[in-house]
Design a binder for this molecule. Structure first.
Ligand code: ADP
Ligand code: ZN
Ligand code: MG
Length: 646
């Protein structure tokens, strides 16, 4: 519930610490795709062959006899000749006694051997030891092996075309799914995303209609949202509705061990797609590939960056008349490279959020189509009990309930099975932080407070939507205001009111629950920043006067603060500034408190309603508060219309 979301606050790219996971898997140098194991088998095989060969060539021939037997044979005059080697003695028996067979024996230390041989009249000689074989084995073979290994790896690393490269490419050939069966009927609870994507379907179905006047079909659509909300499903549904081929790849598949492979794959993919246009290219988990390029102390991620660059180049390069739409999905949009989100690339972002209570009921309806339900099962009740569940969690829930019922040999799934499955899943989801009833109540009061203050104060942007559906971006709830017109200037009174709105959440908690929570942290941060800027940048404090004490604190293109740098002014001034900031904030807090005390009953009604339906549109809120609908300044046609006027 941390934030009051203005349109710029809606930008899901702002980084939030909770989205950063520590043990992130990165493709390491020996990550997926490399196959050093294969090489090792080759080397081992070769060594084994050599060992066998050596044993074969160097093994002495003939019958093995013991040394004593050998001596006996010499003495009894059966031996014709012997060759004395370093470790073995081999020889031949005489023809007349033993048929001239050869034999061998292990040599042992025996100084009298020569005497005995002389005495028996045996021909004997020392062995000529051939040195070339050990020489080769000891020297040349390792050299050759080393060279072979080196050149093998060199070729793979070097990024040369052909060879291993073409092998790597053909291995992951992308196949287009020509006949996708999934349609929007299989997706529920994400109506806004669906609406935006229907437009894309139109583009794909009749591209000519849109290009005939010279317009260009959008190229990239980025689906962002928490895991399991149906992003992949929606992308498929677009292909299914438009009846076009669907190329799908996961971002991690592009990131290979060797530089150049990913880039080659991207080129390949676009070539294939152009041949099949109109079609959809879907890159799932885009963050694996599209992480912001950066100088890291561990050296750059060369391969990923090359792949990313290739993707950017292809997106810019392909013919925009060809009706190829590139869809991508991510649940971590804040880590994406800003270049990916530029116009002409993934400039359309579609938020796929967790479903509200009505959406959950519809998702359950879809997934229970093939399940035998007992007539007393009320999906509405199941939906009410599963706040915070994403579509995938609900699909899982239905399955779990069906399995539980089957285990008990029931003819149909009963409400108790759902209850048990919910309890199980919530225990499992505990790590994912599903809100407790108490927490939901706090969030509801908080957001109702923001919304009421924003509606009661004159000159504020009208509330567009309030939600207490937990989102994947760290916010537990939000109140979204949309301006009726573009604003270039803010007056001091507007800023003071804005501060009161920011305090609205926390103040509502104070009033209704007599206790405050950590949920207002982001509000306080923003309020403090705003108040400080009023004093130090915009000269809006009477006691400090119209002097800019701080300048250019913000980065020019990105909305990120540049750190705790301080302007040049005296300690005394710093103290004055702090006091002024505090005064402004206290006044805003008082204003919010006064308003909410006056609207104590409305606070209760709005909160109850919000707890019931989880998402409330601006006009519903105004109806509850008895406030007329805002009217747009007629001259200014650019502002987004409130939904009921569309
Ligand atoms: P994501 O890509 O957002 O992580 P998926 O599209 O992979 O989520 O969803 C996984 C599964 O969960 C889907 O195949 C579907 O069965 C179910 N599911 C998720 N969201 C929805 C939804 N909005 N409507 C119906 N089913 C859904
Ligand atoms: Zn808040
Ligand atoms: Mg997915």
């Amino acid at each position: 519930m941390a934030d009051l979301r203005t349109p710029s606050g809606m930008n899901p790219r702002e980084p939030r610490p909770s989205d950063r996971r520590p043990g992130e898997k990165r493709p390491g140098p020996f990550g997926a795709g490399g196959r050093p194991a294969g090489t090792i088998w080759w080397v081992l095989g070769f060594l084994l062959l050599m060992a066998v060969g050596q044993a074969y060539f160097l093994a002495p021939a003939g019958q093995a006899v013991s040394y004593s037997e050998f001596k006996q044979a010499v003495r009894s005059g059966q031996v014709a000749e012997v060759t004395v080697g370093e470790q073995t003695i081999s020889g031949q028996y005489k023809k007349e006694t033993n048929g001239g067979r050869s034999f061998n024996t292990n040599r042992i230390e025996d100084p009298k051997l020569v005497e005995d041989l002389d005495a028996a009249g045996v021909k004997y000689a020392g062995e000529f030891v051939s040195r070339w074989l050990p020489e080769i084995l000891g020297w040349i073979v390792p050299l050759v092996l080393l060279f072979a290994l080196w050149s093998f790896f060199f070729r793979r690393m070097g990024g040369a075309e052909g060879g291993v490269m073409s092998f790597a490419r053909s291995k992951h050939k992308v196949f287009a799914e020509d006949d996708v069966k999934i349609t929007f009927a299989d997706v529920a609870g994400v109506d806004e995303a669906e609406q935006e994507l229907r437009e894309i379907v139109e583009f794909l179905k009749t591209p000519r209609k849109y290009t005939v006047l010279g317009g260009k079909i959008p190229k990239g659509v980025l689906l962002v949202g928490p895991p399991g909300t149906g992003k992949t499903l929606l992308a498929k549904a677009v292909a299914g509705e438009a009846k076009v081929p669907f190329f799908s790849l996961s971002g991690s598949e592009f990131v290979e061990m060797f530089v150049g492979v990913g880039a080659a794959r991207v080129r390949d993919l676009f070539q294939q797609a152009e041949a099949k246009a109109p079609c959809i290219i879907f890159i799932d988990e885009l963050d694996a590939l599209g992480r912001a390029r950066q100088q890291s102390p561990m050296g750059s991620h060369e391969e990923r960056e090359q792949t990313l660059n290739q993707l950017l180049a292809e997106m810019d390069g392909f013919d925009s008349h060809k009706a190829i739409i590139i869809m991508a999905a991510t649940n971590r949009p804040e880590v994406l490279d800003p270049a990916l989100l530029r116009p002409g690339r993934f400039d359309r972002q579609v938020l796929v959020d967790k479903p509200d209570v009505k959406g959950r009921e519809q998702v359950l309806r879809i997934h229970t189509k093939t399940v035998k339900l007992a007539p007393e099962v009320e999906l509405r009740k199941v939906a009410a009990r599963t706040a915070g569940f994403a579509g995938a969690d609900l699909a899982n829930l239905v399955n779990e309930a069906a399995l539980l019922a089957a285990r008990k040999d029931k003819p149909a799934v009963q409400p108790t099975d759902f209850d048990e499955a919910i309890d199980r899943l919530i225990a499992g989801l505990e790590k994912k932080r599903v809100m407790s009833t108490k927490e939901r109540e706090i969030v509801a009061y908080h957001e109702a407070g923001h919304a009421i203050v924003a509606t009661r104060l004159p000159g504020m942007d009208p509330v567009h939507k309030i939600s207490i559906v937990q989102r994947g971006f760290g916010a537990l709830g939000y109140t979204m205001q949309l301006p009726l017109e573009d604003r270039y200037l803010m007056q001091r009174i507007d800023l003071q009111h804005q501060l009161a709105v920011l305090f609205g959440g926390r103040t509502a908690e104070e009033i209704a629950l007599g206790e405050i929570s950590t949920g207002a942290q982001n509000d306080l941060q923003r309020a403090s920043d705003l108040a400080r800027a009023m004093v130090t940048e915009w000269g809006m404090s009477d006691s400090l006067g119209a002097i800019a004490y701080e300048t250019g604190k913000r980065s020019r293109f990105l909305d990120i603060p540049l750190g705790p740098e301080r302007g040049v002014y005296a300690e005394e001034t710093a103290r004055l500034i702090d006091a002024e900031v505090k005064r402004i904030l206290t006044e805003a807090h008082d204003l919010a408190r006064r308003l909410l005390h006056e609207s104590r009953e409305s606070l209760e009604t709005v909160t109850r309603q919000l707890l019931k339906q989880e998402v409330m549109e601006g006009h519903e809120l105004r109806a509850l508060l008895g406030v007329p609908e805002p009217v747009m300044d007629s001259e200014q046609g650019t502002a987004p219309l409130p939904p009921e006027l569309r």
